[in-house]
Design a protein around this ligand. Structure first.
Ligand SMILES: Nc1ncnc2c1ncn2[C@@H]1O[C@H](COP(=O)(O)OP(=O)(O)OP(=O)(O)O)[C@@H](O)[C@H]1O
Length: 550
């Protein structure tokens, strides 16, 4: 009865519900069906209600166990370290509030030896910003032309952040925003952040007003005043255009030149696109994590498990790209049997991530049955892969035409809700990260091998050279160690046929430019053991020499 009366307060105060649900499930309080139903609830409030209803229905012993779980996991579920009562001043309004924390501490759990179970304490790793190496050498300022003073001061307001996929350009932009938001300044100024990859509405003739008020936000009032203030005092404005590609660069350049002449502008792009900003920007290259940052990041994310990564030189090297460090940390945070090999390359990590997402969405299918499940979903996965390929070709992450209701497929995407009319919205989807899209695009290309030669040729053109990012993924997916993911999607014989000509065609197309594909996934196909005497093809020797491998 007391428990029922306190439910209202419990609903409000609990945090990290997944920890509680997992523990109740582990202790066989919920059936598989109840477990799925709770996880399917729309929000935390509904989830908590469902848990409480279910627990109270099961009677007093269940309620007691539920409270014990909260007690044992209090650091996460109540956000408190100890259950000692906090010192509250008598006048504080806090004392008027129901204290769930104190209430639970009144139960005599500690004397209860029978319930001394190992509780799952899912501690969230610290994924916050870790410092990155930035290189300002090679700025476009090095041009010989002399610049006058006013020109120089204007130019230094524009920064081009360049870096490889996943190297941390967006993370750095977000950190700048955070620092701006937390700064201690009373001066009225503005900072805007535009994710240029996420809008399918960017058109060539778009104005600053369209960008500010129609695409990214829709204030009800004061639009004109704000816009006038921004334009008049543009030196008070900092604006970040993140992920600019050739499609959006002309809009950025026009807005910067016409409307925001004195604003501080930061543009981020991948190296393939920096040619779009030839003059006037200070070029800063984002080089990823330093060795120290890799160690800090891995220690923060993996805790005691860090040794497995720190002892593996190949993985440590990968981790200089923060995106890969995140994936390595995710893979190593799973318990695996001692002798099972850990992933060693990016493609292998992606394969694990895709399989894991499929598993989560398959109502916890066991590893043993996962291949069967993947096969049953192959049509949906390949239709996502096709959309990924076409979007990559168009250099966008917006899957504008792609519609699918399958939960497995949707787990790789984030929904983008666009206003279609006054009372209507349209949902489109985008991949969680560009590189995930490229991985799926590579899957589709292997399913359609007749297109591979065309894509090789595209990689040599200025317009489509970004397609080269698919090649390392294809190389690894085609190796003898071919992972089961690809085998569930593409018939074995078809993969064998492709492998027979793929390597030869790749060498013919790219040598002497092979260095530009240099990456471990390509290497493992071309020269598995990295010993010259094992090269049957003299051209491989040249390739290895040009990569300084021998
Ligand atoms: N400095 C950092 N500290 C902690 N995590 C980071 C940092 N930089 C990047 N990451 C992690 O790596 C992921 C990918 O980074 P980010 O999206 O910033 O790369 P990017 O350079 O913008 O890539 P792309 O060119 O593909 O858009 C982030 O989601 C984040 O988890």
């Amino acid at each position: 009865m007391l428990f029922r009366r306190s439910c209202k307060n419990v609903t409000r105060e609990l945090k990290n519900l997944s920890v509680i649900v997992e523990n109740l499930y582990q202790q066989k309080f919920f059936s598989d069906e109840e477990f799925s139903e709770i996880n399917a609830e729309r929000n935390d409030f509904d989830k908590t209600r469902k848990i409480l209803d279910s627990v109270t229905e099961k009677g007093e012993a269940a309620c007691y166990k539920f409270l014990k779980i909260i007690d044992m996991t209090r650091e996460l579920t109540l956000g408190r370290l100890s259950l000692l009562p906090e010192k509250n001043s008598a006048a504080s309004s806090e004392t008027q509030k129901f204290d769930l924390y104190h209430w639970i501490s009144c139960f005599p759990f500690k004397e209860d030896t029978e319930m001394d179970t190992n509780y799952l304490q899912e501690k969230k790793p610290d994924l916050s910003y870790t410092s990155l190496v930035l290189n300002t050498q090679g700025s476009v300022f090095q041009s010989k032309r002399k610049k006058d003073k006013s020109e120089k001061s204007k130019m230094s307001q524009e920064i081009l952040l360049v870096g490889k996929p996943g190297i941390g350009k967006t993370a750095l932009s977000h950190e700048l925003l955070k620092l701006w938001a937390e700064r201690d300044s009373k001066k009225l100024d503005y900072m805007f952040y535009f994710d240029m990859r996420e809008t399918s509405h960017i058109t060539k003739d778009m104005s600053l007003e369209d960008l500010l008020f129609n695409v990214f936000s829709e204030p009800d009032e004061c639009k004109e005043e704000v816009l006038e203030d921004i334009k008049k005092y543009s030196d008070n404005v900092t604006i970040i255009f993140d992920g600019v590609t050739d499609l959006s660069s002309s809009v950025v350049q026009r807005i910067v030149k016409s409307d925001l002449r004195y604003a501080k502008v930061i543009v981020t792009c991948r190296p393939d696109d920096e040619i779009l900003f030839p003059e006037g920007f200070l070029r800063v290259e984002v080089k990823g994590f330093s060795e120290q940052s890799v160690r800090t990041y891995i220690a923060e994310t993996l805790g005691e498990e860090q040794g497995n990564v720190l002892r593996n030189v190949e993985l440590l090297t990968l981790c200089h790209v923060p995106m890969y460090a995140l994936m390595v940390a995710a893979c190593f945070s799973f318990q695996t049997p001692e002798d099972s090999p850990q992933p060693n390359s990016i493609t292998e990590i992606y394969i694990n991530i895709v399989r894991h997402c499929l598993q989560i969405n398959s109502n916890k299918t066991t590893n043993r049955h996962l291949d069967l499940f993947t096969k049953s979903k192959s049509e949906e996965i390949l239709s996502l892969a096709e959309a990924a390929f076409h979007a990559t070709e168009r250099k966008t992450v917006n899957l504008t035409e792609f519609q699918c209701a399958d939960s497995c497929v949707l787990s790789f995407l984030k929904p983008l809700i666009l206003k279609a009319a006054l009372t209507e919205t349209k949902t489109t989807y985008a991949f969680l990260h560009y590189t995930v899209q490229e991985f799926f695009a590579a899957l589709w290309l292997l399913k359609n091998p007749d297109k591979i030669k065309d894509v090789f040729q595209q990689c040599l053109t200025e317009e489509k050279k970004h397609m080269k990012h698919l090649i390392p993924f294809m190389c690894r997916l085609l190796t003898d160690k071919s992972p089961s993911l690809i085998k569930c999607l593409i018939p074995d014989q078809q993969l064998k046929n492709t492998s027979e000509w793929f390597l030869e065609e790749m060498i013919n197309t790219f040598s002497p430019h092979l260095w530009y594909l240099a990456c471990k996934d390509v290497l493992c196909v071309i020269c598995p053991k990295l010993y010259p005497q094992e090269c049957s093809d003299p051209r491989l020797l040249l390739v290895m020499l040009s990569w300084k491998l021998i």
